[in-house]
Ligand binder design. Structure first.
Ligand code: SF4
Length: 233
């Protein structure tokens, strides 16, 4: 998942917001999996809330080898991470682990071409209870409409639901897919490709909407190159 992004014995810092979306008394699965992967790769992990990030950096004798955050605070992380320190998000780690990060970066380019009346599908792979300011139901739709300035029709599916006919959509935004295996996410990417519909995932989409995608792709050279090719036309 991320063990190859920091050296053996290296330090990975994780920024984990604890707000009303965080499940009471525990961390969410992508965070737990990331911690375990670091331990399996002999790296040590510091976990902080965003309010403690700057103080934690100040306390480091040496800067972390990698910083990973929840997508919801990606703009905060990028603004406060010293130049030269690699950073990314849990969802972007999942874009590579469970999907095809280069294709998901290509898909995000479709955001800027969305027009009034276009349909966007948000696909979550589990049926968790949606909270008041839910990332998939509320925040991503709001950020998409704000960024594009367009009237978009945004539909949601959850669990194993995925439309047989995707042709009506101009963009699919898939969640991190932490409960999917890689084959399932690749199958969704393939079905979108066959239908000619761009697909991205939460982490790539949110980072693009917040204007920090280039920075959080730095640990992934092929995806970064694709991003720059698209940006430079
Ligand atoms: S399967 Fe998707 S929606 Fe459910 S917890 Fe994992 S990333 Fe979030």
């Amino acid at each position: 998942m991320l063990g190859d992004l920091a050296p053996n014995g290296g330090h990975v810092m994780m920024i984990v917001p604890i707000d009303y979306e965080a499940p009471k008394g525990r961390l969410i699965l992508p965070q737990v999996q990331a911690i375990r992967d670091c331990l399996d790769n002999n790296q040590y992990v510091t976990i902080v809330k965003e309010a403690d990030y700057l103080r934690s950096l100040e306390n480091c004798k040496k800067m972390p080898d990698l910083v990973v955050c929840d997508s919801q605070v990606v703009d905060f992380m990028v603004a406060n991470t010293p130049a030269g320190v690699s950073c990314t998000t849990f969802s972007i780690l999942f874009a590579r682990l469970k999907g095809d990060i280069v294709k998901l970066v290509e898909g995000a380019a479709a955001i800027n071409g969305l027009q009034n009346g276009d349909k966007v599908l948000i696909a979550e792979s589990c049926t968790h209870h949606a909270v008041e300011d839910d990332i998939g139901r509320v925040k991503i739709p709001r950020w998409l409409r704000t960024k594009t300035g367009k009237e978009l029709e945004i539909n949601h599916v959850a669990g194993h639901d995925f439309p047989a006919d995707l042709a009506e959509y101009k963009l699919v935004v898939q969640c991190g897919g932490c409960m999917n295996n890689r084959r399932e996410v690749l199958s969704r990417i393939s079905r979108c490709e066959q239908a000619g519909v761009p697909i991205t995932n939460y982490g790539v989409c949110i980072s693009e909407l917040k204007g920090v995608l280039e920075k959080v792709l730095e640990p992934f050279p092929a995806a970064l190159q694709k991003y720059r090719e698209i940006k430079n036309g």
